[in-house]
Design a protein around this ligand. Structure first.
Ligand SMILES: C[S@@+](CC[C@H](N)C(=O)[O-])C[C@H]1O[C@@H](n2cnc3c(N)ncnc32)[C@H](O)[C@@H]1O
Length: 249
């Protein structure tokens, strides 16, 4: 089942600014690890917010996502910004391209959409293959605490409530095998009618030790791990999210 179908219409109008906000913190990360990206792959690029912002900095950007609906919005965004971004539809666990990149990014819980360790392993291997020697992979991932405590505490959560859009996220208090189910219900106004959108998303949290084991097997070396890209502080026990900076070895 394709996710981010009807939800793409809500997402692209919603307050999903997470990845775009990271743009301003990246130069500090680049300086610390002497990263000078000329070619960037933004994996799970969604509606292209981060990809387009980076293309505006004269970086050669490719955006990959599984949802054709999100990619349609991404292409529109790039056209409007008058930048060239190569958007490709692929699943991250089957990522394949002959192009090589200096930097791969994957933002906003996208890694949590991998529901099996085998898909997590495959994805790290694929990313390693598309990086140049010494290339870097930076991503964030929701932690077990984030999904089992923060998400449940914040449920239900109204994300948008305007004259034309309504969106609510409901996260039932079930956390089985470290997987949460998120029910997204929205209404979008078309002329006088409201269209109802319902999607059920699943995210899996992995122990940090599982993530480390998986990327080490795929020949990545950990450069750093933080609870926020802004603070660059080590994750506390109750961090809801962590960021990893990895280097291809
Ligand atoms: C929360 S959104 C984040 C989008 C974007 N990175 C951002 O920060 O706005 C998650 C994205 O991951 C994509 N996605 C989920 N599973 C995927 C998979 N297996 N392969 C590729 N893309 C996937 C979805 O289509 C969606 O666009």
């Amino acid at each position: 089942m394709i996710l981010y179908k009807g939800f793409a219409d809500l997402y692209t109008k919603g307050p999903y600014h997470f990845s775009k906000r990271l743009v301003k913190y990246l130069p500090k990360v680049f300086n610390r690890f002497r990263i000078r990206p000329k070619k960037l792959l933004d994996l799970c690029c969604g509606d292209g917010r981060f990809a387009v912002a980076m293309a505006r900095k004269s970086i050669d950007v490719t955006g990959v996502d599984a949802s054709p609906y999100m990619l349609r919005y991404a292409r529109q965004r790039a056209r409007k910004a008058r930048v060239k971004v190569n958007f490709v539809r692929q699943e991250m666990q089957h990522l394949y391209t002959q192009t090589r990149f200096d930097l791969v990014t994957c933002w906003f819980d996208s890694i949590n959409y991998l529901l099996t360790k085998s898909d997590l392993d495959k994805t790290f291997r694929n990313i390693n293959r598309v990086l140049n020697d010494g290339g870097v992979f930076i991503f964030d991932v929701n932690t077990i605490y984030g999904l089992s405590v923060n998400w449940q505490d914040n449920s239900p959560c109204v994300i948008q409530d305007t004259d034309r859009l309504f969106e609510v996220h409901i996260c039932p208090p079930i956390f089985k095998r470290n997987i949460v189910t998120l029910r997204i219900v929205g209404f979008i106004k078309h002329a006088r009618d409201w269209r109802r959108v319902v999607e059920v998303h699943k995210e899996r949290a992995y122990r940090l030790s599982e993530i480390r084991k998986s990327f080490k097997k795929a020949h990545f070396k950990e450069l750093d791990c933080w609870e926020s890209l802004k603070s660059m502080k080590k994750p506390r026990r109750d961090a809801g999210k962590v960021f990893f900076v990895l280097k291809r070895t």
